[in-house]
Ligand binder design. Sequence first.
Ligand SMILES: NC(=O)c1ccc[n+]([C@@H]2O[C@H](COP(=O)([O-])OP(=O)(O)OC[C@H]3O[C@@H](n4cnc5c(N)ncnc54)[C@H](OP(=O)(O)O)[C@@H]3O)[C@@H](O)[C@H]2O)c1
Length: 423
Amino acid sequence: MSCINPPCLSVGGGWFRLTTLQTAEVAAQESSTGMPPGLEQNVVVLGSTGSIGRSALSVIEHDGGIRLRAFGLAANSSVDALIEQARVFRPRYISLSSPEASARVDAQLRGTGVELLGSRDGIIKMVQDPETDKVLSAIVGAAGLEGTWAAIEAGKTVALANKETLVVAGPLIMELARKRGVTLLPVDSEHSAIFQAMRAGQPKEVRRVILTSSGGPFRGKSARELADVTPEEALKHPTWRMGPKISIDSATLMNKALEVIEARWLFDLRPDQIEVVIHPESVVHSLVEFVDGSVVAQLSPPDMRLPIQLALTYPDRVPGPCPLLDLTSPFALHFEPPDRETFPCLDLGYEVMRRGGTAGAALNAANEAAVARFLASEIGFLDIPRACRAALDHHHYDPRPTLDALWRVDASARQEVRRWSRT
Ligand SMILES: NC(=O)c1ccc[n+]([C@@H]2O[C@H](COP(=O)([O-])OP(=O)(O)OC[C@H]3O[C@@H](n4cnc5c(N)ncnc54)[C@H](OP(=O)(O)O)[C@@H]3O)[C@@H](O)[C@H]2O)c1
């Protein structure tokens, strides 16, 4: 992902200060670390207790304080995990969105120097802090939009994992980023791959991008076989370990639908330039085809720490904690077209991408509500696309919504799916 060609990258991060710091000592340290001392980036991790958040902290830990510092950590209600992170990383701030969880924290932070910020406003305060350089947006769902918006408004570079932000409000977010001169750096492995491959040519030379999908745990199954699958079966992803919502999205292929929309906004592509291919090994993370027929891909073992690290250290590449691709023993890579009939969520994504307006907000909210109901065993796996279809069909479509209008659509689509039953 990315709107790429960053207009203001590194200005806030201090790289340009380098030119005035060329002492022998600095030069020596630079040559070993690639980074001058004291110029580490202050990173706010929104969603620090989740799968992406924990991987990001592993990257920051591996960095050892050379380039990256955990400056703020935000979660919803995982008190114990957040306290533990605060003890290890000693950020300036932490916040919990749940007021009940927040109330349990104060005493445990005594003596750590870490400040607990009040629930909802906490995220806004930490991303707006003048000392914050970069914000990793890794809260799950539309709940991640507010913090991402605040970070862009404050002019911070955003490493974007929360794809739902762009599904709900792509045009408004990209417009805001343009106005503030803010760079959105991709974290999703597919969009990071496209971002990297695109550097092989110019944007006008791109014919199409091809997003890869593992196919999820139910690749090759028929609709009949999927009728009775359980949440436990759907959560078992073959190649990635992720949070529950994105794991179910991967099983339905809704994740790919959301990623198609994300790619459209990040890379300013037409819907007909975005394709999806199933690639079970999850080694080729995506491909870009240029007008001359060259196809450039990015390969690495499936490990989210790689795209997270690249987004946090960009424009530099540095050694990290990820395993390397082993080409010494034989292995095969497979590609096949997606089964759109059995997994209709993918086409819902294409439809929504073409419609624009409020359609993304309706689909995203409906999907979040349907996934929650599936995980609670209230509806079946195949009901997820059905409930989303119903919410999309019934929502009051607006081609040019404001942010407030998008939140209204979000609320009514959730309500519709909470009441939805198969007729
Ligand atoms: N996991 C992956 O490999 C992966 C890959 C690409 C993109 N992504 C995207 O990254 C995002 C995060 O995914 P994930 O798998 O890391 O999810 P996850 O494991 O479920 O973690 C979600 C995180 O968000 C926090 N959170 C939820 N609601 C919140 C709220 N209202 N306020 C503050 N924090 C809140 C959670 O806090 P608590 O722990 O307190 O609930 C947790 O830290 C999603 O948008 C996903 O699509 C994930």
